[in-house]
Design a protein around this ligand. Structure first.
Ligand code: NAD
Length: 492
């Protein structure tokens, strides 16, 4: 394959499923076109797999489970470390593939997505070497120790915004703990998951430990979640889909982890370091074209700083360079799909109907170059003067659109922040330490960043409250999710 996903003959590359250590065609022989967002044109074909392919993958995973679950942690660790090394070795190839597949700037894929995928494997490869087992002595009567055993075959489903980053965030802890897996990337961004098969093979991962089935959520995702032999499902995606996953898994009593949508508040107090707050808010608003579940799409600024913040923030937003994702100078790439650009446009129109004013952006830019003339681009957009509780301020847009609203009192902004169905993440900008603690404690989100955004320590619990999810990923949370505790009680 060339860097653009074309074979030497100029034919579109066919992505394949990865089952039992082999690349295979989907049983039904059907494929979907995989569109490059920057050009709006198909550049590869992705299997339109179905339940039969999932069945094969589950069988392979079941067959591999006894051997893999009994493989000493040190040996599992060594293989995962090799996967991490190989991802780093292939950084350029993987970053380019991710950028082409998603429309994100190549620089972002190089500096964030792919390095983080390597870190995910390295982190869990070493975490399993440092676990402790609990023991409880029942006075004079018994001694208890708690085993943590792998679950079996697990299903791992991920979205399109951070493809390899998020899929590996599930694969690494799942297989590190001794489970075998059937994984499904988004049908919109299948390429790096496809390439990961090759990496796992080269690293010596035994056949069947990781199986990757490509295709739609309707055909493949639902077949994974409904499969009776898939004992746990770790899902990241939209809240509506998460509800469907939960509905399927509940009657089967499967363990489920759900990482869902967000509408995250970003609160700037007047005593904040305004330079830091503006720089940080630009990132938290528009990183990956605003397509990060953690992006702070509702900005609240304390009244004395409001005018200055809006002025400086909109100026800086207007200067962000929207361009061909493969060009070095590009800060904002393409939106992942036509559907997603339409959704962004819909909300910008809705915001104006709801009384909002577009302070900057609000439309697609001129084509960055000839190659990108049919691509899916949208200018980073700032909206002011919206009523706090309107739809635009409540519903997840998942694009480069933020609103800015003034506030006068601390309790008022805490109410605004919490008056939302989502509860994933928030940011607070202030130099008053007491206030930082006070506000952080009262905001209903799984993560609160103070004077920063997207600072990630892989040991901390990660996840959302309310409709942003159920359960937590990261560190011990992930090790616990992917294992079953079993207590052994020995009489004295
Ligand atoms: P989505 O829910 O449409 O799809 C996510 C995955 O689920 C895809 O692989 C899709 O094919 C699959 N799927 C679809 N229908 C399914 C079904 N019925 N059963 C099983 N699987 C099914 O989400 P998306 O549009 O790909 O991603 C964007 C969403 O993901 C946003 O809401 C965003 O906030 C959320 N997200 C959350 C986090 C987090 O950590 N909380 C991280 C990234 C993205």
């Amino acid at each position: 394959m060339t860097e653009k996903g074309q074979s030497a003959a100029g034919e579109q590359v066919r992505i394949l499923n990865f089952i039992d250590g082999e690349y295979v065609e989907p049983i039904g022989g059907k494929y979907l076109e995989n569109i490059e967002p920057a050009t709006g044109k198909p550049y590869s074909l992705v299997p339109d797999s179905d339940q039969r392919d999932v069945e094969l993958a589950v069988s392979a995973a079941q067959k591999a489970f006894p051997g893999w679950s009994r493989t000493p942690a040190a040996d599992r660790s060594r293989i995962l470390l090799r996967i991490a090394d190989l991802i780093e070795r292939d950084l350029d190839k993987l970053a380019r593939a991710e950028s082409i597949d998603t429309g994100k700037p190549l620089s972002l894929a190089r500096n964030l997505d792919i390095p983080r995928a390597a870190s995910n494997f390295r982190f869990f490869a070493t975490a399993i070497l440092h676990t402790e087992n609990e023991a409880h002595v029942t006075d004079g009567v018994a001694f208890n120790y708690t085993l943590r055993l792998p679950l079996g075959v697990v299903g791992l489903i991920s979205p399109w915004n951070l493809p390899l980053y998020l899929l590996s965030w599930k694969i690494a802890p799942a297989i590190a703990c001794g489970n075998t897996a059937v994984a499904k990337p988004s049908e919109l961004t299948p390429m790096t998951a496809y390439l990961l098969g090759e990496t796992c093979r080269e690293a010596g991962l035994p056949n069947g430990v990781l199986n990757i089935i490509q295709g739609t959520g309707q055909n493949v995702g639902s077949a994974i979640t409904a499969h009776p032999k898939v004992v746990a499902v770790s899902f990241t995606g939209g809240t509506v889909t998460g509800r469907k996953v939960a509905e399927t898994c509940a009657p089967l009593f499967k363990k489920v982890s759900l990482e869902l949508g967000g509408k995250n508040p970003n609160i700037v107090f007047a005593d904040a370091d305004l330079d830091a707050a503006i720089t940080g808010s630009l990132r938290s608003s528009f990183a990956n074209q605003g397509q990060v579940c953690l992006c702070g799409s509702r900005i609240f600024v304390e009244r004395p700083a409001y005018e200055t913040f809006v002025q400086r923030f909109t100026d800086e937003t207007g200067r962000l360079k929207v361009g061909d994702p493969l060009e070095k100078s590009t800060e904002q790439g393409a939106i992942v799909s036509k559907v997603q650009v339409e959704k962004v446009k819909f909300y910008v129109d809705l915001a104006q109907h709801e009384g909002g004013k577009v302070a900057v952006g609000g439309s697609p830019p001129a084509a960055p170059n000839e190659r990108c003339k049919d691509g899916f681009f949208f200018c980073p957009t700032v909206i002011t003067d919206l009523p706090v509780s309107c739809r635009t301020n409540r519903e997840e847009i998942f694009g480069p659109v933020v609103s800015i609203t003034p506030f006068d009192r601390e309790e008022e902004v805490i109410h605004y922040a919490n008056d939302c169905d989502y509860g994933l993440a928030s940011s607070v900008w202030t130099q008053n330490l007491n206030r930082a603690h006070r506000v952080a404690e009262q905001i209903h989100t799984g993560t609160v960043w103070v004077n920063c955004w997207l600072v990630r320590d892989l040991r901390v619990p990660f996840g959302g409250m309310k409709q942003s999810g159920v359960g937590r990923e990261g560190g011990n949370e992930a090790l616990h999710f992917f294992t079953e505790p079993k207590n052994v009680c020995i009489a004295k």
